[in-house]
Write a protein that binds this ligand. Structure first.
Ligand code: SF4
Length: 340
């Protein structure tokens, strides 16, 4: 296999609060290859957005601590770059799209000017060339009448069209990686599908690798090549889309799949939500952080956090159920898990 363009190793990120440290990301590691889409899935607070913002170095400095880890983009560890070196990469080689397009857009500036500014900052192109590139990008993302619309302000677009504009801005400099953090969550279902189709389509044309961050496993089925499932700051299962959808091994992944609406079976089938809520990351105890919600909790789960085991070259899971090394006396069902 070719060398990854992005490799994250053992990333540990915490936030200082007045009372304690919140362990937001705990030992996350993955790689991303040219042209592939990796989805990072998990409930809110699972650490997926913090992981993405660590890659972009967008976390607030005053209360964030990256205590361990490496983030290699090509051969550069992004965590060691100066502010200026990182600015040169952000937007030009690695771009990010957020849930709310207004996070990226300046409401007082015409969208054309915003696209042109980005291009001129990273590439030495004339204003005319940049404007033409802006028009081409708007056309590429499906904005009608791009020659006129380049002179519109953000409020003159609908929510879905604004997200298209943001994608145009993010891709204008031909980045090698696009990080999309819940890019369709604020949009209605039809527009959601259109934006995801657009991203897939653009990826085919440009070869950009995508990290798609979402709380909705359903969103990734048609879009991702691989899926990383995050829970309580850790990746608990990672595999190809087929491995995660059709051969899920972690009880949390199985819970996410059961809580997904299944379009093909009609509306009558009830969704089964995962009972309970994620643990407080400021006060994590020993053992598996999913133990209080898991239907299969064993004694060992309360004492030790599981170690990742490989089900195949691409499929890894962190759950004692999958680990042959658990001694018999610790493999007994424990009292205290969710055995409903
Ligand atoms: Fe459930 Fe134990 Fe597996 Fe955690 S390690 S998911 S508690 S069976």
């Amino acid at each position: 296999m070719t060398k990854p363009i992005l490799t994250v190793n053992n990333l540990q990120v915490s936030f200082r609060t007045q009372k304690s440290d919140v362990q937001a990301v705990r030992g996350v590691g993955f790689s991303l290859h040219k042209g592939e889409t990796l989805a990072i899935v998990g409930e809110s607070g699972s650490g997926k957005s913090v992981t993405a913002k660590s890659i972009m170095r967008l976390l607030p400095k005053h209360n964030t601590k990256i205590s361990q880890g490496e983030i290699f983009y090509e051969d550069k560890n992004l965590l060691n770059l100066s502010v200026r070196e990182m600015q040169a990469i952000r937007g030009s080689e690695i771009s990010m799209v957020f849930q709310d397009p207004m996070t990226s857009l300046n409401p007082t500036m015409k969208i054309g000017k915003q696209i042109i500014e980005g291009l001129q900052k990273h590439h030495h192109v004339s204003k005319r060339e940049a404007k033409q590139r802006g028009i081409d990008m708007l056309r590429l993302v499906g904005i009608p009448n791009p020659v006129e619309r380049i002179d519109s302000y953000p409020h003159q677009f609908s929510g879905g069209m604004r997200q298209r504009v943001v994608i145009a801005m993010a891709l204008a400099c031909n980045p090698k990686i696009l990080i999309a953090d819940e890019p369709t969550t604020a949009l209605d279902v039809t527009i959601q599908a259109q934006i995801l189709d657009l991203m897939s389509d653009l990826q085919q044309k440009t070869g950009t690798a995508i990290i798609l961050i979402t709380h909705d496993l359903g969103v990734v089925a048609n879009m991702a090549d691989r899926v990383a499932v995050m829970y309580a700051g850790e990746i608990v299962e990672m595999g190809t889309v087929d491995e995660v959808f059709y051969n899920a091994q972690h009880p949390y992944t199985l819970g996410l799949i059961k809580s997904m609406p299944k379009l093909h079976v009609g509306r009558s089938e009830a969704l089964i939500p995962i009972p309970g809520s994620p643990p407080d990351l400021a006060h994590l105890g020993t053992g598996c952080p999913f133990a209080a919600r898991c239907p299969y909790t064993m004694k060992v789960c309360h004492y030790f956090n599981p170690i990742p085991t490989s089900k195949s070259d691409s499929h890894k899971v962190s759950c004692w159920l999958q680990d042959q090394r658990v001694p018999e006396d610790l493999a007994l069902e424990a009292v205290g898990g969710n055995h409903s």
